[in-house]
Design a protein around this ligand. Structure first.
Ligand SMILES: [Zn+2]
Ligand SMILES: [Zn+2]
Length: 167
């Protein structure tokens, strides 16, 4: 995670203007482990600068993605999520009910891919999504309704309901 100062420097280094509005977006992202949607970032930034627009938030987030300062993520929750953690490869825990997303550090190894199975693709990235119920939803007794599934590379967690994460 890059702090407000780093994001400011990075923006300036690429000849982009750093406004007070943009800095409020940087602050909203700092230390956020929830993988917020643009709307969530907007809600936080708006507390600081009430006149900020969702459009400005969208544009700034996408500029940060272009600069490699944050990552845009689609984990099947219905909206693009933004991940300030771009320093280390990691996977994600996704709650089926509330869509909460958290980092998950796990070595996924070879995934049992047989030689030749990659059909000529040169793989440079593997993303694994672990789906289940978050602690809040478990405590509240919420159950998954319509299950969401992400796109291509989704490996469903084999953990049964009620068991806890071994790590
Ligand atoms: Zn949840
Ligand atoms: Zn993440």
């Amino acid at each position: 995670m890059h702090g407000v100062q780093q994001l400011t420097d990075s923006f300036r280094a690429h000849g982009r203007k750093v406004t007070a509005q943009r800095q409020s977006i940087f602050r909203a992202l700092e230390g956020d482990v929830t993988h917020p949607s643009a709307e969530s970032v907007f809600e936080v930034a708006r507390r600081e600068i009430s006149t900020i627009s969702l459009k400005t938030v969208y544009q700034t987030l996408h500029e940060l993605v272009d600069l490699g300062e944050i990552a845009a993520l689609d984990v099947g929750t219905g909206s693009v999520r933004f991940d300030p953690n771009v320093d280390g490869a990691h996977h994600h825990l996704v709650c089926r009910v509330c869509g909460k997303v958290r980092d998950h550090h796990v070595r996924v190894g070879e995934l049992g891919t047989a030689p030749g199975d990659c059909q000529g693709y040169e793989i440079d990235q593997v993303e694994v999504v672990f789906r289940g119920l978050c602690p809040d939803c478990r405590v509240a007794g919420r159950t998954p309704g319509a299950r969401t599934t992400a796109g291509a590379v989704t490996i469903e967690s084999e953990m049964e309901k009620g068991t806890t994460c071994p790590t």
